[in-house]
Design a binder for this molecule. Structure first.
Ligand code: WTA
Length: 635
């Protein structure tokens, strides 16, 4: 039996049982056999969910880039590490070997060092999906700097608040980005953001679209000439196991985004181990995850997990619809992709298009299909299985979170029998629990509750940057001695899990987490708006879309409302980004409130979802009369 590579269902159970019986021994064996260390650990695990404090492999020293690059050079130096497929299909794809990746990463490491970046400093990365993005992460990791990638679809306000929160010293960006037939002025967004970021000393700019941009003297530098001058050798910084590797912001149900901090050793082990098993990766497979590296999926399953396994990982710069809806299938055929990892929202969008887009391409290389980011509905699951996998590629519906660092509940392909809409079983080392509203664990099968995790796993986020108290309150307070996920789940008769969705005020739109509070806060800044409440409602492509109920300081005519709708979405785009735009905006005379003044979102959610026959008891509201008005005006 090999713990590292699980081959059949019985073996999964054996490995799982072992991981629960003696977690320390289990993870220690994996750490020992599959990674390179500069110094061995003193203890495998120390933890206390009350504080909370979690330490894996304390005392060990390593550098993650030695594990992701250097150690492969001898045996796989010429193997392709990264395939870069550009936005424009007529531009040539790049095949970057492990040797070349080493060259690029060490050069960029030296550029960063030259700009004064030291171990522990934060570097913001705001780049499109081009090779420099992956290289930038690894260059930071090489020199011990903490990277904070901000998805390049966020607005300048969102960018500046993230830069300031973690006080980044340097930002790596580009002149612009390609997105289908459009170009986006990334540097302009960065310039706006940096006006509010005194902490940033240097902006390193990649030339991608050759646009006219302004370079601020003393701050902005073109990256390429610096890379050309740098030497392709850089000793890796020796890191402690628990040193932070990166910060990645995720939306919370309240307040500002949470900078989740991931540490080095545990994250490396868990992302690598899950990658190997959940994608059944075997040399020389070509693996493609369509996520953006701006999200956790890209960190763990485009960069670190695949490279730690010496895999070939494909990065795609573009969008599924350009030049037409056959683009994904063209890429699968062209690069003979073996594992495809994408999101339900992309599957639903592609399923709406003519089937000939798929039929024109040879997809026979595919062996495993992955799904992530939100619950996959039955129809999308079957469409994916029938048309993309031709019923012979298992679907791995992977449940996890930015906070968990790696996949937590998922089938193992060719091992776990799949079941549509079910993420199935916990990965080795993961101990899920379903809890009732009184904080009691619900045992047995055919039950549902709130999903918690009872025991630490190596890649759990260690804190929220600068706010450990918030970390404790958000994840470790609702249920005693448990990590609370914020999701609801059910467990079927054989123990398979199905994630039913968020139970807090986070709404998942097209696979992106959006907190309602920051959106409401930005709308409320419009001078005409008195108050607002955002809820989600079902949408056939995005999964959920956003519905805003807005009260105005003075009620105007409906003619004005159209303009107001545009202005509100404009404000949201400026504060957060276009992903948070509202699909529907209803102007109402009042929002339903409890006697203590809290907005009753439950009622608004039902109205938005057109489920008005069971609104429950509204008589206890402070203002029950508004409910009928809202129903009458519902969009
Ligand atoms: C949701 C993405 C159902 C869930 C990796 C979680 C899912 C949130 C699934 C985290 C899935 C993710 N089935 N729901 N397979 N995967 N989710 O932080 O609500 O962007 O809490 O991490 O996405 O989103 P995040």
């Amino acid at each position: 039996m090999s713990n590292y590579s699980i081959k059949h269902f019985e073996e999964y159970f054996q490995v799982y049982r072992k991981s629960i019986r003696d977690p320390e021994l289990f993870w220690e064996e994996i750490a020992e056999e599959h990674f390179v260390w500069r110094k061995r650990w003193n203890s495998v695990l120390k933890w206390d969910f009350k504080k909370p404090e979690i330490k894996w492999f304390g005392g060990a020293q390593l550098n993650i880039t030695e594990n992701c690059i250097d150690r492969h050079l001898r045996t796989k130096g010429d193997k392709t590490a990264i395939i870069f497929e550009p936005n424009n299909p007529n531009e040539e794809a790049l095949h970057i070997s492990y040797k070349e990746l080493h060259d690029r990463v060490t050069r960029m490491s030296n550029v960063l060092k030259d700009k004064g970046v030291k171990k522990g400093d934060r570097v913001c990365i705001y780049l499109p999906m081009i090779p420099e993005l992956a290289v930038a992460l690894l260059a930071c990791a090489r020199i011990g700097a903490i990277h904070s990638v901000v998805f390049a679809g966020f607005s300048s306000t969102a960018l500046s608040s993230r830069i300031n929160d973690s006080e980044c010293k340097v930002i790596i960006t580009s002149d612009g980005s390609y997105r289908g037939s459009k170009t986006i002025d990334l540097k302009g967004i960065v310039d706006d953001a940096l006006e509010k970021c005194p902490c940033v000393e240097t902006a390193l700019v990649v030339k991608r679209i050759n646009s006219e941009i302004t370079m601020k003297k003393g701050r902005d530098l073109w990256l390429q000439p610096l890379l050309d001058q740098a030497i392709p050798h850089c000793e890796p910084e020796i890191m402690e196991a628990e040193d932070p590797l990166f910060i990645l912001y995720t939306s919370g149900s309240t307040g500002k985004p949470k900078g989740m901090v991931h540490s080095t050793a545990g994250y490396m082990i868990y992302s690598a181990y899950t990658f190997k098993n959940i994608f059944n990766y075997k040399d020389p497979d070509v693996y493609w995850c369509t996520a953006d590296i701006g999200w956790i999926t890209g960190h763990s399953y485009i960069v670190y997990g695949p490279l730690a396994n010496g895999a070939t990982t494909l990065m795609f710069e573009g969008v599924p619809s350009y030049p037409d809806f056959g683009r994904f299938w063209e890429i699968v055929e062209k690069h003979k992709v073996n594992q495809l990892y994408t999101a339900p929202t992309a599957i639903r969008a592609l399923a709406k298009e003519n089937i000939s887009f798929i039929e024109n391409h040879d997809l026979s290389s595919l062996k495993v299909l992955g799904s992530v980011g939100e619950p996959i509905n039955e129809e999308a699951w079957h469409w994916y299985n029938d048309n993309v996998g031709k019923k012979k590629s298992p679907i791995v519906d992977t449940w996890w979170q930015t906070e968990t660092g790696g996949i937590m509940i998922s089938p193992i392909p060719y091992c776990t029998p799949t079941k549509p809409t079910y993420a199935t079983l916990p990965f080795p080392g993961i101990q899920p629990a379903l809890m009732d509203e009184h904080g009691v664990e619900i045992k047995g099968n055919q039950v549902d509750g709130r999903l918690c995790i009872k025991f630490p796993w190596p890649s759990i986020a260690r804190t929220i940057w600068g706010d450990h108290q918030r970390y404790k309150e958000t994840y470790f307070t609702a249920y005693k001695d448990m990590y609370f996920t914020g999701d609801g789940a059910l467990r079927d008769e054989v123990g398979y899990y199905r994630i039913t969705g968020r139970v807090d005020d986070v709404i998942i739109v097209s696979g992106h987490n959006l907190g309602t509070a920051p959106i409401e806060d930005s709308i409320n800044e419009h001078p005409a708006v008195a108050e607002s409440a955002i809820v989600g409602f079902p949408h056939d492509v995005k999964g959920n879309a956003l519905y805003g109920f807005v009260t105005l300081k003075e009620t105007g005519e409906s003619r004005v409302h159209e303009n107001l709708r545009k202005e509100i979405n404009q404000i949201i785009t400026e504060h957060i980004g276009p992903i948070a735009k509202l699909d529907k905006i209803q102007f109402v005379t009042g929002l339903p409130k409890t006697r203590s003044g809290k907005i009753m979102r439950r009622i608004l959610r039902k109205i938005a979802g057109n489920d008005i026959n069971n609104l429950g008891d509204t008589s206890t509201l402070l203002n029950p009369e508004v409910v009928d008005d809202i129903i009458k005006g519902a969009l």
